[in-house]
Design a protein around this ligand. Structure first.
Ligand SMILES: O=C(O)CCC(=O)C(=O)O
Length: 281
């Protein structure tokens, strides 16, 4: 059984802000040098391939690249996550959210919980790590404080080509944008957000790329309700066996890494796209 998180172990600032607002930021994660080095490794790979990171590698990159696996296991990030969900932690999914300057990419207002199939909601959160500076003009995430307490809201799928979400899903209620908090971050900092928090982001009108790496964490006690799912144990012990455990990559893009990536991507797509015929390419 997962040990309960006791009051003594909890950083009151992180946990209180998280449970009150449904998010917490800015949190110190990577040093500037680490953030610069990870960005350089990613961009060196892009240069080798002759263009921006391909779509397949934007999802579950922690199974393909050793530097992305290191990021998902970064002690500063896991220390903060542990304050919220306890010491036995799985990384379920990672997603790059990359907006090129002026490319029009945006994210509609949504709740992550809508199609994931994971429960209980209070145990699921995202650490969004800035790999570039994320000033206001770059289209940072925008959070609606307290919206994690409103329960699951209805969503409509738009499949808009500029929407970075899998189904272009959009919350079907009016959002009062004047209440939104802009998640401005420096490279290396990160935010935490609850799986029911209403959030979105506008296009990048800055001169630099906006590079975000979203890491979806769950405790080992969480369950996937849609199928038998897989995840990587990044801290502590798994005493539940609710998920098949995948290894991290031993070398970037080797055959084993691709096999784990194919396995987990198929499960993730089956969960996220269940009930949909028409999907984004
Ligand atoms: O990067 C963005 O703009 C949105 C990211 C997001 O929706 C998420 O990480 O849940």
């Amino acid at each position: 059984m997962t040990e309960p998180v006791t009051a003594q172990q909890v950083d009151p600032t992180i946990a209180e802000r998280y449970w009150r607002d449904g998010f917490c930021f800015p949190l110190p994660g990577l040093s500037t040098a680490e953030a610069v080095s990870i960005r350089a490794r990613m961009e060196a790979h892009e240069a080798e391939c002759g263009g921006p990171l391909e779509d397949a590698k934007r999802h579950q990159a922690h199974l393909l690249f050793t530097w992305a696996d290191d990021l998902a296991r970064h002690p500063a990030i896991l220390d903060a996550v542990e304050q919220i969900i306890g010491p036995d932690i799985l990384c379920w999914v990672t997603n790059f959210f990359i907006k090129e300057p002026g490319d029009g990419g945006f994210v509609s207002w949504h709740q992550d919980a809508t199609y994931w199939g994971l429960e209980p909601a209070d145990s699921i959160l995202t650490a969004w790590v800035a790999l570039s500076d994320v000033p206001l003009e770059s289209g940072p995430m925008r959070f609606l404080a307290g919206s994690h307490k409103t329960g699951q809201q209805a969503h409509a799928d738009t499949f808009d080509a500029d929407n970075l979400l899998s189904r272009g899903q959009e919350i079907a209620v009016e959002v009062d944008e004047s209440r939104a908090t802009d998640v401005v971050l420096r490279a290396g900092e990160f935010s935490l957000h609850h799986v029911l928090l209403t959030h979105g982001s506008r296009p990048n009108v800055s001169d630099d790329r906006r590079l975000g790496f979203a890491i979806r964490y769950i405790p080992t006690s969480a369950r996937q309700t849609k199928l038998r799912d897989a995840a990587v144990l990044v801290r502590g012990e798994d005493r539940y066996g609710h998920f098949d455990l995948l290894p991290g990559p031993r070398a970037d893009l080797d055959a084993d890494a691709w096999a784990s990536h194919a396995d987990s991507s198929a499960r993730m797509k089956a969960a996220v796209y269940s009930g949909v015929e028409d999907r984004k390419p």
